[in-house]
Ligand binder design. Structure first.
Ligand code: MN3
Length: 208
């Protein structure tokens, strides 16, 4: 059988492209070490049940109960780590140095206004959810099971797709994502992060 190993995706920009919001050093470690380790550990876990290499990482996460119990936690954590970071790199891109549109537009903006009141109210809710996540995890904007926008957070490397929600955008609130620059002040990181959101990519995910 031709086995298709999961692979670390290339960043769609240079390691220093998100400066000054996210430093080159954080990006090098985050992508080159943390994400790479999730990919390596996912592949190692799947070696025990190689038929699962036929599924995409997303397919694995969408039906965790179908994963044999001896590797289920490893797939949940490392498959989640792989998918979460792949989304994360894609939905970032702009900084004050390389400006993108700083706000969503079109149908997504309409839906945000309808659901949260305004873009500013949505940002407040997202930042609060990210601040309150105890320990490590993620904060997300998802299209929930009813097709409505919703802000939620997940622990560790859990992905909303395991609960039947479609992740539109997410921010990593593990300390490794910000500590070298923002130290213990997670709210400052959450606030600054909006400057590197690539709304074109977020809108693509919303329209999918
Ligand atoms: Mn991370």
């Amino acid at each position: 059988m031709d086995k298709k190993l999961h692979a670390l995706p290339q960043l769609p920009y240079a390691y220093d492209a998100l400066e000054p919001v996210i430093s080159k050093e954080i990006m090098e470690l985050h992508h080159g070490k943390h994400h790479a380790a999730y990919v390596k550990n996912l592949n190692e876990a799947l070696e025990k049940h190689p038929e699962l290499f036929e599924k995409s990482a997303e397919e694995l996460l969408m039906d965790l109960n179908a994963i044999p119990e001896d590797i289920r936690t490893a797939v949940r954590n490392n498959g989640g780590g792989h998918v979460n970071h792949s989304i994360f790199w894609e939905i970032m891109g702009g900084t004050s140095l390389h400006p993108l549109v700083g706000e969503p537009s079109g149908k997504l903006l309409e839906e945000i206004n309808k659901t949260f009141g305004s873009f500013a109210d949505f940002q407040t809710k997202f930042n609060e959810a990210g601040t309150k996540r105890f320990g490590s995890g993620w904060v997300w904007l998802v299209k929930n099971k009813d097709g409505k926008l919703q802000v939620m957070s997940t622990a560790n490397q859990d992905n909303p797709m395991s609960e039947g929600h479609a992740p539109i955008m997410g921010n990593d609130v593990w300390e490794h994502a910000y500590y070298l620059q923002y130290k213990n002040v997670r709210p400052d990181y959450l606030k600054a992060w909006w400057n590197v959101v690539n709304w074109q990519e977020v809108e693509k995910r919303f329209n999918r």
